[in-house]
Ligand binder design. Structure first.
Ligand SMILES: [Zn+2]
Length: 282
């Protein structure tokens, strides 16, 4: 389990384990001859993907960013992706009970980012974090019901019961959620995916979610085939780097099984690279 501080906030990387993704899907139009130099694939062309959530302890609030795959996948999905379900034990190891989470922020609602939002108990679906207020963009929640190309990635029981009960708040655009923690929309992966900015004591960290899923995706053009709007992903990355590099933001990688966070910089050849990376632990 990795810790760091951003000003007076304490950040802990909490893994829900790892799962498999198709290597071609992960790297889009980039030829395998290039991506295979960075990431190994198995005999089914699958690569190992991390599930890194972040717990932020501000001193006032416990904030959880993204909630992994959870434990409600169908048998078929378990066959394809696996279902490691480690987040709650890692949360417990960090000394925090589910009842002590005050805020849950979902960057978007694909199943591997909001799976632990809810649990199934005696045939009904209940919030895993009973006292938390959950946040996502309203446009993302609407998109979850649009039945578009990525509809297979949306499982309504991860969010609809929370929206119905009023426990999940739907945001319209950028907004500060608690002092020092704000949501900012970066389109591309989905239209309304939000990153989470964590700012304290003049320092900034950013959970950039699927806009830059791993440290192997730092190159502007290495966007995933899963992205609904890949050209917008590239524009959003430009906007992100134009602030993250000069302002020395710590970038957090949601799907990197090795590197949970790193500072990014432009090297002498003009390539975006990571420095000071910290290994992830499952
Ligand atoms: Zn996604």
């Amino acid at each position: 389990m990795q810790h760091c501080t951003i000003g007076s906030f304490e950040l802990t990387a909490l893994s829900d384990g790892t799962y498999f993704l198709d290597g071609g899907g992960f790297f889009g139009v980039i030829p395998k001859t290039l991506w295979s130099r960075k990431v190994t694939s198995d005999d089914r062309n699958r690569v190992v993907s991390g599930l890194n959530s972040i717990l932020v302890r501000t001193g006032e609030k416990n904030v959880l960013i993204d909630t992994g795959i959870g434990n409600k996948l169908s048998e078929k999905m378990v066959e394809i992706f696996g279902q490691p379900a480690k987040l709650l034990e890692n949360l417990s190891a960090a000394g925090v009970a589910p009842e002590q989470i005050d805020v849950v922020i979902n960057t978007h609602l694909h199943f591997e980012h909001c799976g632990w939002n809810t649990i199934r108990q005696n045939g009904t679906v209940k919030p895993t974090f009973p006292k938390a207020t959950y946040y996502v963009q309203e446009g993302e929640w609407r998109h979850a019901h649009e039945g578009q190309r990525d509809s297979v990635s949306y499982l309504n029981e991860n969010y609809d019961p929370l929206v119905e009960s009023g426990q999940m708040k739907l945001l319209r655009g950028n907004q500060e959620i608690v002092p020092g923690i704000s949501a900012e929309v970066f389109s591309g992966h989905t239209r309304d995916m939000q990153a989470v900015l964590i700012q304290s004591g003049g320092k900034t960290a950013c959970y950039i979610s699927d806009l830059i899923p791993t440290s192997s995706h730092l190159d502007l053009n290495w966007v995933m085939a899963f992205d609904l709007y890949p050209v917008e992903s590239i524009e959003s990355r430009k906007r992100y780097y134009s602030r993250a590099i000069p302002e020395n933001w710590l970038t957090m990688f949601t799907h990197d099984p090795e590197v949970v966070w790193a500072y990014v910089e432009k090297n002498a050849a003009g390539k975006i690279v990571a420095r000071g990376s910290v290994p992830a632990k499952t």
